[in-house]
Design a protein around this ligand. Sequence first.
Ligand SMILES: C[S@@+](CC[C@H](N)C(=O)[O-])C[C@H]1O[C@@H](n2cnc3c(N)ncnc32)[C@H](O)[C@@H]1O
Length: 282
Amino acid sequence: MNKFGGDWTKKKIEILVEYAKAYLKIMAKYPHFHLLYFDGFAGSGIIVKDKNIDIQLTIGAARRIVELDNPKQFDTYYFVEKVKKNADLLEKFTKYEFPQKNILIVSEDCNLKLVDMAKYLKSPKGKDTKVLAYIDPCGMQLEWSSLQSLKSLNVDMWVLVPTGLGVNRLLNKNGNISTGWLKRLVKFLGMSEVEIKRYFYFTESIETLFGKEIHESKVKNAIEKSAILYRDRLNEIFSFVTLPFVLRNTKGTIMYHLFLASNNKTATKIGNDIIKKFNRIN
Ligand SMILES: C[S@@+](CC[C@H](N)C(=O)[O-])C[C@H]1O[C@@H](n2cnc3c(N)ncnc32)[C@H](O)[C@@H]1O
């Protein structure tokens, strides 16, 4: 079972479900499309908040989406979950309980499956398929190159970006980032090391006892800057990207930003309305 999350865990699921309901309502008018729901970091179906103190179970996004069927359901559900134990549990909570639905569960890396899905959508078989995708990693597992494969395709994608919990933590104060962390940032942002440094750091010349020294310093608002950067990058792949829903921990620190990206303007209009509503009550 997945063990994580604060209140943001519930909020991001409610946002997704509200959007999926609106999406299915609209798509009920276009029965010739094959509707595919793709969840790249699907989890186990159940989320345990803190089993040591006060057990609190949250039904995961995968199961919540499978439950939707009025006025329409998805034609296919494709769940990717790398950890086999989680994938097996998810199977119990979805496939076994809804045997009449077309549910596929694979224990694989989401990055590989995004590329496979893109190939399918570009093939004659996938030409009438529309996708609602949910990309909900806990860390920086999503690679930019996998997202690039979705360019110009019929995909509405909700993506959770670990701006505070991921990017900001890897960018240390003096720019002395370890090789491993830099590699992770390069894969995640799809930018070169030089571009990343130029964006998040500035150099200043400081007068010391022994003359001038050049210091590299991190920008103050790195979390917000990483959200702006990621949104701009998404806009290079998708025509429209919503405002972010900001996910904070109990101390008010920003952990993640959630975006909807799509090539359909109406999709992001609906997404923005939902996000604004949730940001107001955040
Ligand atoms: C935040 S959880 C997902 C929670 C889920 N969306 C829900 O509502 O229950 C992220 C999940 O992604 C899985 N995971 C981590 N890396 C992965 C990868 N590269 N590909 C697919 N799944 C991965 C983890 O095992 C974990 O279960």
